[in-house]
Every structure is written in C-alpha cells, then in structure tokens.
Design a protein. Structure first.
Length: 322
C-alpha cells in the first residue's frame, strides 16, 4: 500500500492541519486527531527542549487514551514541524525527542531534510517536506522524503507564488508519491478540489487558527473573521522568507505595510528572537481567510469539512454518471 493510501486510511477526511507558529498547541492537535484530521505543531512553539518534551508526552498520552477508549474510532496520527535550516540551534535536541517518542509524521521546512529522513525512517515514521517550486520538490524527493507539501500562492505563513493549477500537475509529471496541497483551502469543497487536481491531502492552516482550541488570541481570531483575501501583504520583512501577513496587524504595530524594511538574510531561530516576537504581534493568514466567518470548536469545523467534502464527492460522481 502506498504512503498516501496508508495514511488516508487512518484519517476521516484527507486533511492535515498545518503546524501554526505560536498558534498550534496540544488542545488543537489532540482535538484535530480525535476528529480524524492529522494535527501538527512546530517544535519551536516551545521555549525549551524540556517544554517540547512535555507537549509530546501530553499529546501522545491523550491520543493513546482515546484509542484505548474508542478502539473502533482511533485517532488520526499527529506530526511535528522541524525547521531543518542551519539557524535552528535546537535541531539536534528536538530530533532526539522526535526519535524518543517516535513521532508518526515529521514535517520539515527550509533546509536539507536528508539527516532527518534517516532518523525518522529508523523508527518507522514518515517525513513530508514543504516546497514552493518544482526544483525544490526534486531536491526533497532526492533526499528521500515520503511526501511533499506544495505551498502555493495564497497560502498563509511562508508561502510560494505558483498557482496550484500549475504546481500540482507539473510535480505529478515526475513524482507519484504522497502530495499535500497548501493554499486557500478553507472548506470541504476545496479539499475535494485538491484531490481532483492530483493531490492526496489538503494542508489547512488559517481555518484552524479561528478555532476555540487554537492558542491565537481573541483579537487575532476576530481579525480573521473580518478580513478578506485582499487584506494580506506578501513580504519577507519578518523572517527573510516571503510570507502572507494581515495588513491591519502591521498597521496596528506602527508600521507602513507599503514601506516595510528589507531583510537580506534568513533568520528562523528559536522562539524568542526578534522575528518570533514580531510574529506574535503581526499575524499571518492565507487567501482562504475570506471563507472564515466565525470562530468555532475544532469538532464543528471538521464536521463541516466532512459534510462539504462528501457533498462535493457525490456531486462530482453524479455529474460523471450523467
């Protein structure tokens, strides 16, 4: 069985909840997994390695308890995002814990994932890597990853610029492994559309920020409800890598979104560096923000995704039959 088929078999809907910097915590991850969506979080959401271990214990323990109580409805697996870039000084220590707790899915970003792949494959886990161009996809495949995440134009956070209608078919010309599609996906119809285009999974971030279980503050969540896709600024000003940020949050922090300072280097270090502090107050979103009209519990969000996804699948099947 392929990686995509085996992983999808453990999900109620083909969705990965993206690891959200300073937003994804145990409550969000655990509740996503209990509802059949693969929940993830960045290791650098924690101040220390010890705190990262505490989260791993909490999440793995809660999911094990759930599976014991519901053997006929086991939770989806969970994942951790690891920054593979050389500026991540915690890389070795965090990977030691990933290996210790046998994290089912490791999502790597920014850098060469080869060494991480070796470690994770050593205990039977999977590695998916974020990419924004076909060339980066080829490099990730060469490094031995189990899947690639195509971060398209309009995605939240560190996003690419390629339209998914161009990106997915081009990558499918040379890659037949697991593919997740990120960018502008906020409802079940879009999840179905991602699969119709050739992806195996939808990779959703912004919709899960606007949930009661996320660690985002109330003003951030309300800004998502109020915002639309034209209210984003695509800029490398905060980490050296272009990202989509909410224009109003930039203004609220005394900066001109049309005249942001240039940044000539990548800095993705630990949580409490200057860039991380900026991300705490200057908020990200993807263009799918326009489809978010309220803040709901994870269960309600995922129930809605399931209904919309099933309806879209049935609609397509009915059209094909006709």
């Amino acid at each position: 069985m392929s990686v995509a088929a085996e992983l999808n078999r453990r999900l109620a809907i083909p969705v990965i909840a993206a690891p959200l910097f300073l937003v994804s915590g145990p409550d969000l991850v655990i509740n996503c997994c209990k509802e059949g969506v693969l929940g993830t979080f960045p290791s650098l959401n924690l101040r220390t390695v010890e705190a990262f271990e505490d989260w791993l214990v909490q999440i793995s323990g809660a999911l094990a308890d759930h599976d014991s109580a519901h053997p006929d409805r086991k939770a989806a697996p969970y994942g951790v995002n690891i920054i593979a870039h050389k500026t991540n000084k915690r890389l070795d220590a965090d990977m030691a814990l990933v290996e210790k707790y046998k994290v089912p899915l490791v999502i790597t970003s920014v850098g060469n994932p080869s060494d991480i792949v070796k470690t994770v494959h050593g205990y039977g886990g999977l590695v998916f890597h974020d990419v924004t161009t076909p060339d980066w996809a080829r490099k990730a495949i060469a490094a031995g990853v189990d899947g690639i995440i195509l971060v398209c134009g309009g995605a939240g956070g560190h996003a690419g610029v390629i339209n998914p209608f161009a990106f997915v078919p081009q990558v499918r010309e040379f890659y037949h492994g697991a593919v997740a599609l990120a960018g502008c996906i906020s409802d079940g119809r879009s999840v179905h559309a991602a699969q119709a285009l050739g992806a195996d999974f939808a990779y959703m971030g912004t919709r899960f920020i606007a949930t009661t279980e996320s660690m985002a503050g109330a003003p951030y969540k309300q800004m998502l409800v109020d915002a639309g896709p034209t209210e984003l600024v695509y800029t490398p000003a905060f980490s050296g890598i272009p990202a989509n940020m909410l224009r109003q949050s930039i203004i609220d922090n005394g900066m001109d979104p049309n005249n942001l300072p240039a940044k000539d280097h990548i800095d993705l270090g630990e949580e409490f560096n200057h860039e991380a502090k900026a991300w705490r107050d200057i908020w990200t979103a993807g263009q799918g923000v326009g489809a978010i009209h309220d803040v709901r519990p994870v269960r309600e969000v995922i129930d809605g995704l399931k209904r919309e996804y099933v309806a879209a699948c049935h609609s397509r099947l009915g059209t094909e039959a006709a």
